[in-house]
Design a protein around this ligand. Sequence first.
Ligand code: GDL
Length: 465
Amino acid sequence: MVSNSATASGSFLSGVIEGFYGPPWSPRERAELWDWMVRGGLDTYLYGPKDDLHQRAIWRQPYDASGLATVRAAVAGCRSRGLRLIHACSPGLDVTYSDPSDREAMQARLMQLIEAGVSEFCILLDDIPDAMRPADLARWGSLASAQAAWVNAIFTWSRSRVAGRFLLCPTPYCGRMVAAGHGGDGYLETLGRELHPEIDIFWTGPEIISERIDLEPIARLTEVLHRPPLIWDNLFANDYDGRRFFCGPYAGRPLELKRAVRGILLNPNTEFPLNFVPIHSFGSYLAAEGAWDPGASFLDGLKAWWPRFATVGSPLEFADLILFAGAFYLPYGDGPEADRLARDIAQCLASAEPPDDAESLDVRTRMLRLKGFSARLVDLLDRELFHALHRRVWDLREELDLLDRWWSHRIDPRRAGTPFTSDFHRPKTCRGGFVARLQGFLRQFPDARFEVSGEIETPAKVHPR
Ligand code: GDL
């Protein structure tokens, strides 16, 4: 029996998951996040950083005194602001579902958290192999059955001690994983049937990083899961690419999604200060009725973020922030101004004529404004924001500088027909390194296909086989 009400298990959850790979946020950053959340009308904070060792690697071990102090600070910080705190644990890398001592270890973990004031929990079984231990296979026959039985047991145990939401992230948690058979045949159907109906089930959409989350697939999923899913939204996550961050608006999700799911939680950029616009925009999406305009929300968010861009020396210009933020917008697209600039630069590069007409000069001026703004970030008074931006902005500065040098060369009649080089972009230090070398091997096409790159040089074998 499907409960179509998105609130069957209580209120709609809206908030932030600290659920990325990499350094967890500091207690001070969390406190600032909770303030942002209160201002934006978000109500739920989920603690689940992959690289808190107690989350995954040593999930059986209780927290020591300092770890416990952090948990208590989160309990107090969320409670004082009227926020819901959900604490996650990820046992999936090495749990044996049929081993009673593993169930007891999880209960002991939760007991320690309950004593510290936590009453809402999440079991994360994402990003684990879908192989089963022989004992589990013999007992349950499928991963979904084993996980449902195990999580139900922990849920029932916790229910006799605390009331509160209880969440599960399944092993396949997006459309692509299910289509690939991850988790085994009929994984979601079995989980939907066998998992206690009060337990919320996470879903990231058609992909791990979903450009869009549409209503029709969510309606079908609701039937399969016997409950509406809870959205784990990775739109702004950047842990998978250290060169990027995302400060665009919340986009690609119709407003009606809010009524079709049990909640939406964002797992955003690893660098905390870079999440200002995403959280601001998400708050506006939650409050919006009737129509949703991501472009307007982006500008609103930037206006609210702007005071953080105060500098030593002369002030920056807001118009330049719009262009800059558009260069770090969303995973599947650049902001309108940045997109237009990239297209215009491409045209100048491809032109048979030297780009020194008025239109081309305007393109170059915009390019140099972006370069200048990026360079001026070093003057930010908010040093944490600067530190978070610095590494990601460096590559942008290097590329803009290279293009500018190319420009000077291309419009200089004395250098016509001569090869272009840059004294500041030398082989191996410019775009160099082992990863860049590997990236050159397989070329990806817009349809996702990879092919061996036609430009690979095959040097003499150093290590003959
Ligand atoms: C994932 C991980 C998440 C990570 C994100 C982006 C889920 C449920 N799990 O698959 O921890 O931050 O991708 O890399 O999304």
